[in-house]
Ligand binder design. Sequence first.
Ligand SMILES: Cc1cc2nc3c(=O)[nH]c(=O)nc-3n(C[C@H](O)[C@H](O)[C@H](O)COP(=O)(O)OP(=O)(O)OC[C@H]3O[C@@H](n4cnc5c(N)ncnc54)[C@H](O)[C@@H]3O)c2cc1C
Length: 512
Amino acid sequence: MSLDDLEKRFPQFPEPYWRASTTFKDFPKCTSDEKTDVCIVGAGITGITCGYLLQNDGFKVTIIDAGKILNGTTGHTTAKITAQHNLFYDELIGNFGEEKAKLYYQANADALNFIKDLVLRENIDCDLRKQDAYVYTNSDDYVEKLKNEMKAYEKLGINGELVDNTPLPFSVKAAVVMKDQAQFHPLKYLSYLVDDFVSKGGKIYENTTAIDIEDDNETYVLTREKHKIYCSNIVVASHFPFKDTLGFYFARLHAYRSYVLAVKTEKDIPDGMYINAEEPARSIRFADYKGTRLALIGGENHQTGQGICTMKHYEALEQFAKDTFGVNEILYRWSAQDLTSLDRMPYIGKITEKHDRVFVATGYRKWGMTTSTFAAHLINDIITGRENPYVELFSPSRFNVDPSLKTLITTNADVAKHLISGKLEFVIKTPEELENGEGSVVRVNGKRAGAYKDDNGELHIVDTTCTHLGCETEWNSGESTWDCPCHGSRYSIDGDVIEGPTKKPLKKITLD
Ligand SMILES: Cc1cc2nc3c(=O)[nH]c(=O)nc-3n(C[C@H](O)[C@H](O)[C@H](O)COP(=O)(O)OP(=O)(O)OC[C@H]3O[C@@H](n4cnc5c(N)ncnc54)[C@H](O)[C@@H]3O)c2cc1C
């Protein structure tokens, strides 16, 4: 696969369609100490929705983001708004019982209704469309699982159906449909929330990284520039909770990456939102685009920093798009990661039992449009002292021995494997051997390092040891980043932090 060939077929740089079709004004950096009622760390859908609700409830709210607002996972989503989180309800009934499974469904259905009602009431121009959501399979092994999922829908009173064909232009062995779900343009929707928040006095600071939380005599968020944001409550909406010692989330979450192509297709893209049940994952929906439809083809899940050359994932999606709808042009490509908790239930609520004023919302398992929305309501209700039926189910302090213990062991064993394997790997390639536009793990002064040669032939060399907990990062050729296989931290070619949990850049290396 030559670089020339790839550049012809794929947009050279990853950019999500959502970001390319929305403009946001710039917000300042925080340059002094501040006082507010609630400080929210992270301006993704969780932080913005939470800020919107709290500000409307009369609180003074400040949101800070390490980079630009809505440029984390939320800017790189596929934005299906649904309570159908692939095959989940049969598993939920098995692990948590019928009552809790019903609560999980209800929380997501409430969130979907909140978004729909708000969009209609405020006339928000965000391409919101009612859609049925499908999980389909073409594997005999999964047909039984789909039948069990349908039985779970019936037990829980979910409006759905088991079918053996769909509006897709290829046959399926079976599909479970959840009726009356929705899709939208997430950033157009969130632009409304941002504008409303700011117009009511809410403050947003960009390029402001939180590095610590104090919650003893005083409560404040400390920024990298050593400014303190004093407040009564803190919401950690940073995707990966940024303070390692509060709740040890690094041992309780793992990051999975997936890829998306936005394609002009030969065949028409039908209504409906689709995902298959088996691997490799394939997700399909359309997005409104200049009076026509773009197909958003997603999938190719893998643990961050692990797996094959990342451009291969885009190629696999391109092949799927060709085989199913035909490809006229690939307009955008992007990838992102989301986090999964040990028992696959999100962590929403007090960050630890001991911290009554610090809240967290994470572990959405790639279903964060509804999950973030009810998370924002849940946290808002706790802060305002309102009753909320979902507090216990999503409490981060829960500990369900089965199945979380099994996952805990495998997750930590996997982290240990990557901690060790990167260190033992014998690397012979040197930076000089790289072609322009190529990045790779290399050997510098007898040690493992990471090098990228840019289009002008200039080398960018970093120490590949992740500054979070010391695993070795790997080259991600699709995004031109250094990704950590242990907890999903990501760095630019010069080692700057793109995504946490790490807060410190990689060390730069200069050649003698
Ligand atoms: C490829 C893909 C497709 C998906 N498709 C769907 C879908 O169809 N439907 C669905 O429901 N969900 C989907 N999801 C999941 C959904 O997009 C996410 O769950 C959701 O966007 C997470 O939002 P967030 O606000 O929690 O995190 P983010 O959007 O990542 O926001 C976190 C913010 O915190 C900031 N931050 C981090 N650390 C700090 C710090 N120390 N200080 C200050 N700021 C900090 C970051 O810069 C970032 O802006 C998908 C996810 C992926 C990866």
